[in-house]
Each structure stands twice: as C-alpha cells, then as structure tokens.
Write a protein that binds this ligand. Structure first.
Ligand SMILES: C[S@@+](CC[C@H](N)C(=O)[O-])C[C@H]1O[C@@H](n2cnc3c(N)ncnc32)[C@H](O)[C@@H]1O
Length: 301
C-alpha cells in the first residue's frame, strides 16, 4: 500500500483553501492567461464566443470581469464547487448592475474530469489487478464531455494537468510498474477532453506548469528574459514534473489520435513565472485550433 490515503478530493479542497487568498500574488500569471483568452475571444463575434475553463478552482488566475466582455457564455468546471462559487462571488462583489448581468452568464459544473478519483483512492489503500483494470477502463471515457454535452469556441485547461498527474502518482508511488502507463492514460484522457469540448474552428489552450522552484530554485530570482533558456535547460535535463514536458505534450497533440483534430500543429508560448507564495512554477501555453470542417464535431476523439 502506498502512503497516500488522504481522499484526493479532500486534498484538492485543502490546496484550494490554502491558495484562496492569493489574488494579488497571482496578478502576473492571471494577466498571461486572461490576455491570451481575451485575444481569442475577441476574434469571434461576441454573441457567439463561449469559453470553458477546466480546473477553474478559486479563479485567481482568471479576470472574469474582463472575460465576460469577450465571451458571451462562460462555463467553469472543477471538482471543487465551493472554490468556484466563492471565486466568482469575490470577483463580482460590486454594486454595478451591469456586473450582475455579466455574472449571470457564468455557469458552473462540479465534475471529476477523470471520473476515476474514487478508484484512485481505492488503489492507494487496496491495490489489486481488478482495481487497476477498473481505473484503466474509467480513464478511457471523457466524463466532462458527457457531463457538459456541448462544445465551446474556446476551451482552456488552467494548470490542471499537473494536478491530475500528481493525484494519481501519489496514489501509486513512482516505483509502481503502473506509474508510467497510467501517466500516459491520464494525459491522453485530458488532451482528448480538451479536443472533444472544442467546437470546429475553435481554440483549445493548455496552460501547463511543468517545474517548480523546489527542484529548480533559480526560478525564484530569474529575470524574465532568462526564462526561455531556463525552460530549454529544464527540458534538456528532463527535470519536468512527470508527464508535463510541454514539448512532449505538443508531440502527443500532433500524433494520432489527436492530430486529425487540429487545423495546424500546436504552438508553444514562451514561458512565464507563476508565483504561488512560497513556491514559483514555470508555465507555458500550448494553443491548438480545431479544424473547421471536422465532421466528427459531435463525437469525442
Ligand atoms: C492548480 S489549480 C488551478 C488554479 C485555479 N484556476 C486557481 O486560480 O486557483 C487545479 C484545479 O484543479 C482542480 N482539480 C483537481 N483534480 C480535478 C479533477 N479530477 N476534476 C476536476 N477538477 C480537478 C482542483 O480542484 C483545482 O481547483
């Protein structure tokens, strides 16, 4: 049995409460994410632009008031409903009546995007070949796509993949022979979810944190112009969190079964720093545009 037996939902809740008051510290990271989403939103007719955020949590990395100007409809998805509710309430805490109208365009879906957290918790306590088989079967589905049953002109995953991988890796332990194959299944499920929720002609954005100052202390004091070189060194020395290497994620997006969903190969942005209080993370954005004439638009990849 691996040492992690804390229910993964309670752990995520704990993390979210611990970072709830970080609105100010997140300012630069929030600007990076919001500005990229705004730029995409304003390229559509305002009445048609819709945005789905996977891993919205406290929404400290999203300027929702600005985003409701660029997107007619916003849909927040996270396992932690309370974090999303209080994040939205805090950002729309104003007497301005137009803010109330815009606030009403934001919907929430509390949803386990993996559909497998309960099984993961079971595995941490009582691993067996049968539970691993159930876990693999669960990861072949796309619960968010079934749950939302709609598509969006923009879909963004906000530093969620590293969390998903961390939850499962803690439950298994890095020494487990299941570690690598399950990392690949979780990653594939997440990329398929992004693709499936993106409408034809729409844009999928994967914001991914891939190394922290715990393993790369240089990040705490690195001037912005040195970050691309740091990123290159992190990738070359294979120091990313397991499964989060952005170049590898681009390669996966550009290979079957996902490649046929995109109009052109994914692009990788320069990195930036996400200051999370005691720790800093290096983050990059991967952008993919879904083909306009995709006949599978109603079906998951
Ligand atoms: C790094 S946080 C994202 C930061 C967040 N947008 C903010 O501003 O605070 C990752 C989020 O993923 C959520 N999460 C973790 N596992 C999940 C799952 N299986 N399904 C849905 N959301 C999950 C957590 O609740 C958390 O809010």
């Amino acid at each position: 049995m691996h040492s992690q037996t804390v229910n993964p939902f309670l752990r995520q809740r704990f993390y979210n409460r611990a970072s709830q008051a970080n609105w100010r510290a997140f300012a630069f990271h929030r600007e990076q994410i919001t500005a990229r989403l705004e730029a995409i939103g304003s390229s559509c007719a305002p009445s048609e632009a819709s945005l789905c955020i996977l891993g919205a949590g406290n929404c400290n990395d999203l300027d929702l008031a600005r985003l409701t100007l660029s997107f007619h409809r916003l849909h927040l998805v996270d396992i932690d409903a309370e974090a999303m509710q209080s994040g939205v309430t805090l950002q729309f805490h104003t007497a301005d009546p137009s803010a109330a109208v815009r606030r009403n365009r934001i919907a929430f879906s509390p949803c386990d995007l993996t559909g497998a957290l309960e099984i993961c918790h079971e595995i941490a306590q009582f691993p067996s070949p049968q539970t691993f088989a159930r876990l693999r079967a669960a990861l072949s589905h796309l619960p968010a796509f079934s749950y939302l049953s709609q598509q969006f002109t923009t879909v963004a995953s906000t530093c969620l993949l590293s969390q998903l991988l961390d939850i499962f890796q803690r439950a298994l332990g890095e020494d487990s022979p299941e570690f690598q194959p399950l990392t690949e299944l979780i990653r594939l499920q997440h990329l398929r979810t992004l693709a499936a929720l993106t409408a034809p002609g729409g844009v999928a954005l994967l914001f991914t944190d891939f190394v922290s100052s715990d393993s790369y202390p240089e990040l705490l004091k690195a001037p912005p112009h040195t970050l691309p070189a740091i990123m290159e060194s992190v990738l070359r020395r294979q120091r990313c969190f397991p499964g989060t290497n952005p170049s590898e994620l681009c390669r996966l997006l550009n290979s079957p079964p996902l490649v046929s969903f995109w109009e052109e190969p994914p692009t990788l942005s320069p990195p930036w720093i996400w200051n999370l209080g005691p720790r800093s993370y290096l983050v990059a954005a991967i952008t993919c545009r879904r083909s306009r004439n995709d006949l599978r638009s109603q079906f998951a990849p």
